[in-house]
Design a protein around this ligand. Structure first.
Ligand code: F58
Length: 833
């Protein structure tokens, strides 16, 4: 590393000091770290803890982002720039330090500087507690999109909630999941900037009343029962080797002072403290469920809280631009990440009509031109709806507004489809078929100019199933944007070995222009040396994962075995238990023919279950129970191993995806909206075994049928089978291997003779099997046999692996974001200054 010594002028005030705040030589960075250790952590090196060093390094890196951050924020107030506002209740950003070093291009210098200070950069990277402000795919997608927005120089703000406690930490005790609160802020968060002066008030409860304004017009005033304040916390999100540093603005809830004073003045000190606690509760904790929980008033408060703060913030930016609210939709493209922020439709109406006295029709046009809605699910039970009584108690004014939106909307429906009361009732934003509910997907769809699914199959099925009536009403609004993931974090950062080989082979443009560049490695599939190097890198990644699994679980795994990996939330539709049936089948085959030559496999699972999702937790217990039997049976030693990697999160994902040989994408066709883990695996050279579900369909199209292990019923066949009447027991009775596996689970073979433990799982499979495991079992097993055969030919496997990566260009989130910009937001990248 070149160690140019930039002279430090003693007369330069430190804030403007080129060297310590912005310099990128090893010496400048070293000095910066020491300064921050001294000035921010208040420590001398001899007494500094690892966290002190981590903080000092993180602040030094952040310092180097600030010039561009400040410049990018300033540009947000330029009148003609259209800002993409990504509203999401979840942002699963993952650890920042490594990614920011990568974006700034200073990893080597910082590594050296840290080394000269007696520290190890990898230890400090490990020290970072990741902000787990999301549950899974949806939150991680938002993070990949923030990365791409910055790298494409699109002016953008991500708006969300600064949960004090993110997704719980998972521990495995006696094979069961236990949850521990995620105290991610405990040691401080060096990446955020708190901005107490950027604060908005948010009302809850109370009632509304009419009044006449000074022009004699009838207006509505909301008199709330409670008022809380939202404070902005800003995190910079940097482009890869470019100037844009966008803004992730998360809101923390606090008490408003006036409430304290009110109570204090009448002497009720405790009541004022109560108020503070209640107010702070709003942003306290992320709901850890992967399906919406009906009737949780706090969840509705969270949604309204962050949406209201965000829209008020946008209106404030519009004011700073000196522009009228009449052109709000020209300044902002608001994307609703699922229905969680869909109250934005009613809130923007309220702000425009009640607070800014705009007339209804104009406000509605602006609202519709501003909002767009992304749907992420096909499970009808996952479509969000709020019980009307609860909703109207919290948001009385929004209820009125929604009723008025609905009244006008249903008039349109009646006009388009006369004498079709069934349709009117199905389309109504208010579900009145029994207990009354507010249907959030309907609110979002009615108030948006575009509605998109997240993979081609998903977008198509939406128009035929859960959103069919809305599609019939607004066919022109529906579109598809297939998800993508960022190649920066998911290849360049997490798989440095592979990244370096690719760069040595085709140059480094692939990191920024993945879609156009990555296919250039394809010709090298013919190069034996390249293939060997490719395999060597995978082998190294597998060794490192093996060491980590040993450290975390005590389980020893063989890096020469096929690493067969399924990491994702635990859910019945994702069918981790189908994977388990395959493990048991292989186990039984070996037991029957101990000398049989089989391809050694290591099955690796990871993922969290919603704390209240009994069946998902039982599946975790099943995996661990089968693991215990298989891993300790001398007959299968050296051939089968099963490991459950605890606490799967972004940070752990960095180690898992690059080490996989086989990626399990085995959901029931028609249930997984897209999947994004499937893309991360494939980008890292794992082959996929999967159904024709979500983005698997498009991955297979890209990599070619011959490089993808396909099995199972299609979405259409699934529907067909269910309509005709599905009898899982028939499959059980007619398939000896399947019967044996299920009987073993039932009899207690994997649970020390306890035949009660897995009874709910087995009963469900035999009597209902809503996700068709038994119907797909044989097809899956046969496909897995083909996988094993293919793996025997390591050279062929390497070819397939290379082709997988070469064909992944489409699945860069840069491509997805470009489509959002071109087709939905009509935003343009910032022009260079
Ligand atoms: C996921 N949804 C989809 N929801 O399941 C997955 O197929 C898709 O790839 C991904 O979105 C991105 O589009 C998902 O992760 C949640 O976690 C919600 C959290 C809040 C409650 C409802 C589920």
């Amino acid at each position: 590393m070149g160690k140019k010594t930039d002279k430090i002028s003693s007369s330069t005030p430190s804030v403007n000091n080129e060297n310590t705040r912005t310099g990128t030589t090893v010496d400048a960075i070293k000095q910066a770290i020491l300064d921050n250790l001294h000035c921010i952590q208040g420590r001398v090196p001899e007494l500094a803890s690892r966290n002190d060093w981590y903080m000092a390094v993180a602040f030094s890196v952040r310092d180097r982002m600030l010039d561009n951050f400040i410049r990018s924020i300033k540009r947000l107030s330029e009148p003609r720039i259209k800002i993409a506002s990504y509203l999401s209740a979840e942002f699963l950003m993952g650890p920042h330090l490594g990614n920011n070093l990568l974006c700034l291009g200073i990893t080597d210098q910082v590594r050296e500087a840290v080394k000269e200070l007696g520290q190890d950069l990898d230890d400090l990277l490990e020290q970072e507690e990741e902000p787990g402000l999301g549950n899974g795919g949806l939150g991680r997608l938002a993070a990949c999109y923030m990365d791409s927005l910055a790298s494409l120089n699109v002016p953008a703000i991500g708006y969300g909630i600064r949960y004090e406690f993110g997704i719980f930490d998972q521990e495995i005790r006696d094979g069961w999941q236990t949850e521990k609160t995620d105290k991610w802020l405990r040691l401080g968060n060096p990446w955020e900037i708190c901005r107490p002066e950027i604060a908005y008030t948010v009302n809850f409860g109370g009632l509304t009343e009419q009044y006449q304004d000074d022009k004699g017009r009838l207006q509505v005033r909301w008199i709330p029962y409670r008022v809380v304040k939202g404070i902005a916390y800003d995190t910079p999100v940097s482009a890869y080797r470019d100037d844009t540093v966008n803004l992730l603005r998360l809101w923390k809830s606090e008490a408003i002072e006036s409430f304290d004073f009110q109570a204090f003045n009448v002497g009720d000190y405790y009541k004022s403290v109560d108020q503070k606690i209640i107010s702070e509760t709003v942003s306290k904790v992320l709901y850890p469920n992967d399906e919406p929980e009906i009737g949780k008033i706090l969840r509705l408060s969270q949604q309204y809280f962050f949406v209201s703060c965000s829209l008020q913030d946008m209106i404030n930016i519009q004011r700073l631009r000196g522009k009228s609210l009449d052109t709000f939709h020209e300044s902002f493209a608001v994307q609703l990440n699922d229905t969680h922020p869909s109250i934005a439709v009613a809130e923007l109406m309220r702000l425009l009509v009640d607070e800014h006295l705009m007339d209804w029709d104009k406000a509605w046009t602006i609202t519709q031109r501003t909002m767009a809605y992304t749907n992420h699910t096909l499970l009808p039970e996952a479509l969000e709806k709020w019980p009307l009584p609860l909703f109207s108690r919290s948001l009385p004014r929004h209820t009125e507004i929604i009723f008025e939106i609905n009244r006008r909307f249903l008039d349109e429906v009646r006009e388009r489809f006369p004498n079709d009361d069934g349709r009117v009732s199905r389309l109504s934003i208010i579900d009145e078929t029994g207990e009354k509910y507010v249907r959030m997907a309907h609110l979002a769809a009615v108030g948006s100019h575009h509605i998109n699914g997240v993979a081609a199959l998903h977008s198509d099925l939406l128009t035929k199933t859960v959103l069919k009536d809305l599609y019939d009403m607004f066919p022109g609004r529906f579109t598809n944007v297939t998800n993508g993931v960022t190649p920066r974090r998911w290849v360049a950062l997490s798989n440095p070995g592979l990244a370096s080989l690719i760069t040595r082979t085709i140059g480094d443009k692939w990191i920024k222009h993945f879609e156009d560049e990555i296919h250039k490695i394809e010709p090298f599939v013919k190069d034996r040396g390249f293939r060997q190097e490719w395999s060597k890198i995978k082998r190294g990644n597998k060794e490192r994962l093996a060491a980590l699994i040993k450290e975390r679980t005590g389980i020893e795994i063989d890096p020469d075995s096929l690493f067969d990996v399924q990491v994702k939330r635990i859910h019945e539709y994702k069918r981790q238990h189908l994977n388990v049936l395959h493990i048991i089948t292989l186990y039984n085959r070996i037991k029957k023919a101990p000398r049989k030559d089989i391809v050694p496999r290591t099955f690796i699972f990871g993922g969290k279950a919603a704390p209240g999702y009994f069946m998902a937790k039982l599946i975790i217990k099943l995996i661990n129970s089968v693991a215990e039997v298989v891993n300790n049976d001398p007959d299968v030693a050296g051939r089968l191993k099963v490991a459950f990697f605890p606490d799967f999160n972004v940070k752990n994902g960095h180690h898992v995806y690059p080490a996989a040989d086989l990626s399990e994408q085995i959901s029931t066709a028609g249930k997984e909206a897209s999947g994004t883990g499937n893309m991360k695996f494939s980008m890292n050279g794992a082959l996929t075994i999967g159904t024709l579900d979500g983005a698997n369909v498009e991955i297979r199209e890209e990599v070619g049928a011959e490089n993808f292990f396909l099995f199972g019923l299609t979405a259409e066949e699934v529907l067909d089978l269910k309509t005709k009447g599905y009898a899982p027991r028939k499959f059980y009775e007619s398939n000896a291997e399947l019967r044996e596996a299920i009987d073993q689970i039932r009899s207690g073979h994997f649970s020390k003779g306890n035949s009660d433990l897995f009874a709910p799982l087995v009963d469900n499979l035999l009597n209902h099997d809503p996700f068709l495991l038994l119907a797909d079992y044989q097809s899956y097993i046969d496909c897995q046999d083909r996988v094993s055969t293919a793996y025997r030919d390591q050279d062929r496997w390497a070819r397939m692996s290379i082709l997988n990566v070469a064909c992944m260009g489409k699945f860069s989130s840069d491509r997805s974001i470009q489509e959002y910009c071109d087709n939905i937001w009509k935003t343009k990248p910032l022009k260079k200054r």
